[in-house]
Each structure stands twice: as structure tokens, then as C-alpha cells.
Design a protein around this ligand. Structure first.
Ligand code: FES
Length: 356
């Protein structure tokens, strides 16, 4: 950028959603002065900034063009907009509009339904579908509106070890509390609380609980699956192209999002294709309603809160699982003085800070 080049203007603090026409060239406004955001209208003249062309690859291609002009992956949003202000965009839960939103009803034991297929699962009220010693609770699946994933809660009793497989699937594990061991083929990994782990397709894994207490874990499966196949042993296969498979929460590695934080635990670096697992911290506040272009499950790890959609709300607490289909308008509020910790899985997409 030459000395004469001006700084771009923040046109808006959110990206612009667009559905494109195949082959058409779109000129993204990079200067921020266009009256026709996110597209160029010639207002850049004299600024030293030029519009960026983008040719659509398919009809109906969904994109989020950057509105703040501070992205590092132009012309698309990369979440930088979140850090252009000190505080994350919030709204007042006590406003008359919010107070008029009714509490959601329980659709079935342990399942609270909000707008669309957005829902909350309360583990302790769900049936154990396990066929033996290991408790298996199905949380989310295609019958609930999930297009990409299934999620299960696994409880391994003290001192017990169970080998299992989700054939031809990517398996993301999250240990919210407690500790134990993960064996993937011949490799052994220690599991601590607030730790993510990844098992690649074709690998058989075993979860082992310590002698004195159970090990519980959430398992997210891509593409979706109807449940684990129990195995006698873990076999000998381990995909050595991805040696590192477990990542623990580390505040020092967190990415700020204004006054919030998130840390990506598992993504392409551990071999998870086209998605990401993260842990996020939400201070006492209610986020302004927003959407994502990815499907998301959120485990409430600690703290208390409330999940809002346009026409329903429901309290959430540690252990609950939230399912958000793509483009579902929602807001998560932390109502406890201590910050709320959530562990999320998003697919497709690997940047949890992109919202619109
Ligand atoms: S709108 Fe610019 S980075 Fe998101």
C-alpha cells in the first residue's frame, strides 16, 4: 500500500451473506465507501484501493463477503470484525422483545425443541442405548435435522476399557471432566479434562477409565452414524501421517474475539477434514442474534446460560448439548457470574469466529 493509499473504512461490523450465480464476476468493495455493500460502486476513486473481483464457482454458491474490510482472506470474512470493537456485540435479555419470547417446551424426555431443528439435549434424561457395560446416549443425528454429523455421550465405568469403531468415519472426542486413556491401534494417549481427541477413518480405538472413577466423553461422528461397533481389540492400524491426536484446553493458546475467547482444539492439523472442534469462553452477557454457515453442536462444559432463537428460549447448564443447524438465527447467553465454557464442533468450516 503506497503512502497515498488510504485505510479502508469499516462499512459494517458483520459480513454480507450472498448467494451467487455461476461464472458471474463480483467486484468486492475493498475501500468500504461503496453505497452498494459489499459490491464496488466506484467510490474508491482516489483512495489507492481497488475492488477485488471474485468469479462464482456454482449457482447458489453461499458466501460471506467481508463488510468491515479488515479481513486477511479477502474478499471473504475471517472473523476479524469481532476484534474491531472492545466488546462482542450483545443485546439486552431484559428488553421487551426478548421478554416476550416464550420458554421452549420439552418435545420428549431430555429434548427441548426451539425454532426449526434447533434443540437442546439434557443427558441425564436420555435413555441409555448401550448394549452392555458402556452407557451410550444418542444426542444428535440425522433424524434430528443434522445433515453432517451424529453425536453420542459415552460413559465408561471405573477400571473398564472398551474398544470400538465407527467404520469409515471421522471421530471427534471431547472429555469434559475426569481423565483416562485413549488407545488408537498401537498408540496410547492420555486424556485429561477439557481435552479434544481425534480418530481417523479406519482406526479402531478404546477408551479406558481410571480404576476409581468413570470416564465420560462426547463423540461426534462425520458423516453421521447410528452408533459404535464394539470390537474385541484395537488392532494394529494407526495413521502415522497425523501423529498428534489430543489437544487440551490452554488459555495461553486462545484467540480473542473482543471480550470472548476461543481455542481451536482439533482441525486439519490433527487430520479432521473440513471441520473444527473448539472450546470457547463466554462472559456474563447475551450475544446479539446471529447465524453461521456451518452446522454446530455446543457442549456446555461449565457455567449456566440461556439459548435463544427468535421464537423460543431455554436455560442451559453444564452437560447440556445444543444443536444449531446451518443458518439458524440464535443467541447464547451466559447467566452465571463465572464465565460459561462451551466446547463446539463445526462442519463444514474451521473458523468459529465467522458469524453473520
Ligand atoms: S466482516 Fe470483515 S472479517 Fe468479518
Amino acid at each position: 500500500m503506497s503512502d497515498a493509499t488510504q485505510q479502508p473504512v469499516i462499512a459494517k461490523y458483520k459480513p454480507c451473506y450472498a448467494e451467487l450465480e455461476k461464472g458471474k464476476r463480483y467486484f468486492w468493495c475493498a475501500c468500504g465507501q461503496s453505497k452498494n455493500q459489499p459490491y464496488c460502486d466506484g467510490s474508491h476513486k482516489g483512495t489507492g484501493i481497488v475492488p477485488l473481483p471474485y468469479q462464482a464457482k456454482a449457482n447458489g454458491e453461499e458466501v460471506l463477503f467481508c463488510g468491515c474490510k479488515h479481513t486477511s482472506s479477502a474478499p471473504f470474512c475471517d472473523g476479524s470484525h469481532n476484534n474491531l470493537r472492545e466488546k462482542y456485540e450483545t443485546d439486552d435479555p431484559m428488553s421487551p422483545e426478548n421478554q416476550a419470547i416464550p420458554l421452549a417446551e420439552e418435545a420428549s424426555p431430555g429434548c427441548v425443541a426451539l425454532d426449526g431443528s434447533c434443540q437442546v439435549r439434557r443427558i441425564d434424561q436420555l435413555p441409555d442405548e448401550g448394549a452392555g457395560t458402556v452407557e451410550v446416549r444418542k444426542l444428535i443425528g440425522p433424524e434430528d435435522g443434522a445433515r453432517h454429523q451424529s453425536q453420542f455421550h459415552l460413559a465408561i465405568p471405573p477400571g473398564y476399557s472398551q474398544a470400538m469403531e465407527f467404520p469409515r468415519r471421522q471421530v471427534l472426542l471431547f472429555v469434559a471432566s475426569g481423565s483416562g486413556e485413549l488407545a488408537i491401534g498401537p498408540r496410547i494417549f492420555a486424556l485429561g479434562s477439557r481435552t479434544g481427541a481425534f480418530v481417523r477413518p479406519g482406526e479402531i480405538f478404546a477408551l479406558t477409565a481410571p480404576p476409581d472413577r468413570p470416564l465420560t466423553a462426547y463423540a461426534s461422528i462425520f458423516p453421521y452414524s447410528w452408533g459404535p461397533l464394539w470390537r474385541r481389540g484395537v488392532g494394529g492400524y494407526f495413521d502415522a501421517a497425523y501423529p498428534g491426536r489430543t489437544i487440551a484446553m490452554d488459555r495461553g493458546k486462545a484467540t480473542p474475539m473482543a471480550d470472548r475467547f476461543f481455542q481451536v482444539l482439533i482441525d486439519k492439523h490433527q487430520g479432521f477434514e473440513n471441520g473444527a472442534q473448539f472450546i470457547g469462553e463466554i462472559p456474563r452477557s447475551k450475544a446479539a442474534a446471529h447465524r453461521h454457515l456451518y452446522e454446530e453442536t455446543l457442549i456446555v462444559v461449565s457455567g449456566e446460560g440461556c439459548l435463544w432463537t427468535d421464537n423460543a428460549k431455554t436455560p442451559v447448564a453444564a452437560g447440556d448439548v445444543i444443536f444449531l443447524p446451518r443458518k439458524q438465527r440464535h443467541s447464547l447467553e451466559c447467566t452465571s457470574d463465572e464465565s460459561m465454557l462451551v466446547a463446539g464442533v463445526i462442519y463444514p468450516g474451521d473458523n468459529p469466529s465467522i458469524n453473520y
